[in-house]
Design a protein around this ligand. Structure first.
Ligand code: RFL
Ligand code: PHB
Length: 390
């Protein structure tokens, strides 16, 4: 078997790359370890930047998002109960779209099935070979070993995938920050507490009120890394959430029976460079951001847009420039998103080791933000998404 681009992973990064390549007539094969059902039941991100919305729409993958997604022109920040709205649209002329990662994935899966391009689900033991020369990928499907020869491999297989692990450690530098807490998330079929997202700092820890639709809410609480969901029955979760919100938001909160509950650790990771021979890393395979800035899914999308442009340049004009510059080009933007996600996390969370000095600096950061249009513009520009340069 042979394809031009072997894509490892059918998350949003892999599916979007396959979609963009297919529109350009460049064939690809996607290898995914899990089943389609498993991929679709993972509850993850919920906010799409303007650039992600534009990419989905302009590539013909945005119809349902445009019909069913919720455009948001602002977010609310709350600090020890004091609230302030950041008017994203007035500050930047840009907005965001609330549309779940699950739905983006479902739409891209449907387009790929329609296009006839191949995706092998439940591909076990995926292994990359001869990445520096004539790359091949082997995998086991239905008990048989298959081999796929290709021009390039796109490692879109997330943080625990095989692609990054196939690069010799001596060829990669890993930059990492682990935060001393996680997020406990709940999905519930109740209307959201407010029309817009609420990011709340409280001495007891961060809280986020998000949503998936007018009838489905997504709530998060900062928790210990090793927290177990069993320790958080719904009554305890909602009581804690109410304590961390402003009185008005707490009063509007509708409690329901959670349909999903999970704990995710928070960390910042970037590996450099994002290329090893003919293997390219994109999305969570290349970097992790803490979810506070809502950047993970959006970075995956901007990475694959750049990777697609690099491959398209190569196949159209035999120019290697795009491929040679991919890593440096996307890393500049990745680091800006890392900085923003780290800053939002630092502003809004309660750090176990923090003393009176750092708590007052945090409060001053919030007070400065609400009093300065310049500071709010910085937040709004980053939240709605920075341009792709180069
Ligand atoms: P994904 O979505 O992890 O997809 C990678 C795919 O690769 C497959 N895979 C393999 N396939 C073949 N062979 C192997 N050896 C393989 N190993 C893995 C996996 O099964 C999977 O289908 O990465 P991608 O496409 O780069 O997309 C990135 C986003 O998913 C991610 O950045 C965000 O979801 C991060 N994230 C969140 N971001 C937000 O902005 N807001 C959130 O609320 C939010 N919640 C989350 C998250 C990530 C989580 N993870 C990774 C555990 C919650 C969680 C739990
Ligand atoms: C979500 O809805 O899951 C969500 C929204 C905003 C974030 C993180 C997660 O910053």
């Amino acid at each position: 078997m042979r394809t031009k681009v072997a894509i490892i992973g059918a998350g949003p990064a892999g599916l979007m790359l396959g979609h963009l390549l297919g529109r350009e007539g460049i064939d690809s094969l996607i290898l995914e370890r899990q089943s389609p059902g498993y991929v679709l039941q993972r509850i993850r991100a919920g906010v799409l930047e303007q650039g992600t919305v534009d990419l989905l729409r302009d590539s013909g993958a945005g119809a349902r998002m445009l019909a069913e997604g919720l455009p948001h022109t602002g977010i609310e920040l709350s600090f020890d109960g004091d609230t302030h709205r950041i008017d994203l649209a007035a500050l930047t002329g840009r907005s965001v779209m609330v549309y779940g990662q699950t739905e983006v994935t479902r739409d891209l899966m449907a387009l790929r099935a329609q296009s006839g391009a191949a995706t092998v689900y439940e591909a076990a033991d995926v292994a990359l070979h001869d990445v520096g020369g004539a790359p091949r990928v082997t995998y086991v499907k239905d008990g048989r070993t298959h081999e796929l020869a290709c021009d390039f491999i796109a490692g879109c297989d997330g943080f625990h995938g095989v692609s990054r692990a196939s690069i010799p450690p001596s060829a990669l530098t890993v930059f990492e920050r682990v935060y001393p807490f996680g997020w406990l998330g709940v999905l519930v079929d109740k209307p959201p507490v407010a029309d817009e997202l609420i990011y709340a700092h409280h001495a007891r820890g961060f809280a986020l009120c998000s949503m998936r639709s007018a009838t489905r809410s997504r709530y998060y609480l900062q928790c210990r890394i090793e927290e177990s969901v069993e320790a958080w029955p719904d009554d305890r979760f909602y009581a804690e959430l109410r304590r961390r919100l402003s009185p008005a938001a707490a009063a509007a909160l509708q409690q329901g029976v959670s349909i999903e509950k999970s704990v995710a650790p928070l960390r910042s990771v970037v590996v450099e460079p994002l290329r090893f021979g003919r293997l390219f890393l994109a999305g969570d395979a290349a970097h992790i951001v803490p979810p506070t800035g809502a950047k993970g899914l959006n970075l995956a999308m901007s990475d694959v847009r750049c990777l697609f442009e690099a491959f398209a340049d190569h196949y159209r004009g035999n120019s290697a420039a795009g491929i040679d510059h991919y890593s440096a080009r996307v890393l500049r933007r990745i680091w800006k998103a890392e900085r923003f996600s780290w800053w939002m996390t630092t502003l809004l969370h309660a750090f176990p080791e923090s003393d009176g000095f750092s708590r007052r600096i945090q409060r001053a950061d919030f007070d400065y933000l609400v009093s300065s249009q310049a500071a709010q513009t910085v937040l709004a520009e980053n939240y709605t998404g920075l341009p792709i340069e180069g």
